[in-house]
Design a protein around this ligand. Structure first.
Ligand code: PLP
Length: 436
């Protein structure tokens, strides 16, 4: 191991604390974590000079590849103008331009206002708090009772306390029971429709990851579910909050997932891919109706008292505008269906060869590969088969992470067919190594 790697690992193991990570395992002498040194396109290089395909888009963020000259240049240009100024009390040209651009992506008179924040969790916090505060500020006293949320079983909406309290993955929240929002979880539409009217009268908003739940092992919702939900929430006076943090910006094959069912929500949250995955920046879009519920004189106290130090960060806005320009000026979106099909066919051939592939779930370039015993039963969780397979794939030049025993493949959208082949070859090697 070279000295750069050694120093990086020593410092890391001595001082850092990693997300969602048991540090005792991470810091164990036998654990040899990769230190990523640089990236280009779909590829990452570690400090040893080894090259890997970035199979999960650097945790579901990257869209156009690393070090894309257009995005990098946009950030560099902005850096020479100013890195950061306050959005509290001032504005700046890029924020307005970006907000206008985001609004223009949706049909007229649907989502019309943009509240900026830093990441997916804070974009969700903003939507949740806006929904609740909106209710309190309505004249109709029946609205004031609406202080609950509905979310889906096994959903994931982020890790800050408010967003996490909606989360349906019990491992992530069981130690924090009793704090956060009041939230009722439902498994599906039938359970939702069976909720008693008295309960529905207390609900402010329903929150959902449209089309696909990422963290829930790439669980796909059935076709038409989202548009049914839109109609139902409208009929019941319940806000619909779409968490497009993962699905936004082309991931599922359309610019936003909700476009596949031709609906728009009351709130739409985006983050991860907003800047092409280059810097943290998030946006919560909402309707004019919501926005107008906050207008009034200072004394009326309808102000939304919420914000972060780095709200509408100029470097993030520059990156986001450059990323959106790439969507406009390159055939990236129109090429997605054929890339997704190419991946689907290649994965099908892989599944035909490997009996341990139980199921492949895919929408756009969001792919979950379920690994089970050939008779369809799950491996014992403690065997951590998914982790082992991803470790083998890493030997073959593919970086990705499993969710339990589901291997997630979510490459940057700029991936080529040759690079998809590389992923398949690496997975083939990993499965062969694991099971022979
Ligand atoms: C990643 C993610 C979040 C949280 O975003 P952060 O930027 O990590 O705070 C929320 N919702 C979904 C669907 C996500 O995939």
């Amino acid at each position: 191991m070279n000295t750069l790697s050694q120093t990086a690992i020593d410092n890391d193991k001595r001082y850092c604390w990693h997300p969602f990570t048991q540090q005792q395992d991470w810091c164990a002498p036998e654990n040899n974590p990769l230190m990523i040194a640089r990236g280009h396109g779909c590829w990452l290089w570690d400090t040893e000079g080894n090259k890997y395909l970035d199979g999960n888009s650097s945790i579901w963020t990257n869209i156009h590849g690393h070090c894309h000259p257009v995005i990098s240049q946009a950030i560099k240009n902005q850096l020479d103008i100013i890195a950061h100024s306050s959005f509290l009390g001032f504005g700046h040209p890029l924020a307005g331009e970006l907000a206008a651009k985001l609004v223009s992506l949706f049909p007229p008179r649907t989502l019309e206002r943009v509240f900026f924040s830093d990441d997916g969790s804070t974009a969700m916090e903003v939507a949740l708090k806006l929904s609740l505060q909106y209710r309190i500020q309505q004249k109709d006293p029946a609205q004031h009772k609406r202080c609950h949320f509905i979310a889906m079983d096994n959903c994931y909406h982020g890790d800050t306390l408010g967003a996490a309290s909606l989360g349906g993955v019990s491992t992530f929240f069981e130690k924090f029971q009793g704090v956060g929002h009041l939230c009722h979880h439902v498994a599906d539409l039938n359970t939702l429709f069976a909720l008693p009217q008295e309960h529905l009268d207390t609900v402010s908003a329903l929150v959902i990851e449209p089309l696909v739940q990422g963290v829930n092992q790439i669980h796909l919702w059935s076709k038409g579910m989202l548009s049914t939900l839109r109609q139902w929430t409208q009929e019941h006076g319940i806000h619909l909050i779409l968490d497009e943090v993962m699905t936004g910006f082309g991931r599922t094959g359309t610019l936003f997932a909700c476009m596949q069912e031709s609906i728009t929500p009351d709130f739409l949250c985006c983050a991860k891919g907003l800047t092409g995955g280059y810097t943290p920046l998030a946006a919560t879009l909402c309707t004019r109706e919501i926005y107008e519920g906050f207008l009034g004189t200072h004394e009326e106290q309808k102000t939304f008292y919420y914000g972060h130090s780095f709200t509408a960060h100029p470097l993030g806005c520059a990156a986001a505008l450059a990323s959106l320009r790439l969507f406009e000026e390159t055939p990236l979106l129109s090429a997605l269906p054929s890339k997704a099909l190419y991946a689907r066919n290649a994965l099908q051939r892989l599944a035909d060869k490997h009996p341990h592939i139980y199921e492949i779930r895919q929408i756009g370039l969001v792919i979950g590969i379920d690994i089970r015993q050939p008779d369809g039963t799950h491996f014992p969780e403690k065997e951590r088969i998914g982790t082992q397979i991803c470790d083998h794939a890493r030997q073959a030049g593919l970086l990705t992470r499993p969710i339990l025993d589901t291997i997630v493949l979510m490459p940057p959208l700029c991936i080529t067919e040759t690079e998809i082949d590389h992923c398949i070859t690496a997975l083939d090697y990993a499965l062969t190594t694991q099971f022979s």
